[in-house]
Design a protein around this ligand. Structure first.
Ligand SMILES: [Zn+2]
Ligand SMILES: [Zn+2]
Length: 150
């Protein structure tokens, strides 16, 4: 019995890891659940959260909190500096390569700059082509072939 439980847990963990590797983008726990349920029908949201928590502790994943978005998103840690684009229609979040902040911000004397974070909002190409009536919460989307900003 012990080994059965163990191999099931390993399969679940591998499926969750695969979801991130395959999608190559930022995912919510719910999106991970939908993706992994395709191969592991019995997987639960609690299991997804437990494994995401482990991956965070191992620094394999990192958490992304987008202002105004209730649930956090997760992505593979250690990527090059980049920013995120959130589609206002479907809620999908895409990586934007590179950085559009070209110079360090002007700070009052005595302040030291250590980094920045910002989010770009708009509509993804898929939602633009489907029109605004398409409101389904489709977090599972193919990433745009190229980022919309330099
Ligand atoms: Zn969209
Ligand atoms: Zn930047």
């Amino acid at each position: 019995m012990g080994t059965n439980v163990h191999s099931r847990q390993t399969r679940q963990r591998n499926a969750i890891r695969e979801a991130f590797l395959h999608e190559k983008r930022t995912l919510s726990a719910e999106a991970v659940l939908e993706l992994t349920q395709r191969s592991l029908a019995s997987i639960s949201l609690a299991t997804v959260y437990r494994n995401i928590h482990c991956f965070l502790e191992e620094h394999w994943l990192q958490r992304i909190d987008i202002p105004g978005r209730a649930a956090p998103l997760y992505e593979i840690a250690g990527k090059k500096h980049h920013h995120h684009f959130q589609c206002g229609t479907c809620g999908a979040v895409f990586d934007l390569d590179g950085c559009c902040l070209k110079s360090e911000p002007q700070l009052p004397p005595g302040f030291t700059y250590s980094g920045h974070e910002y989010f770009i909002y708009g509509i993804c190409p898929e939602c633009l082509s489907e029109g605004p009536q398409q409101k389904a919460i489709m977090d599972i989307r193919r990433p745009a072939p190229r980022p919309l900003l330099p």
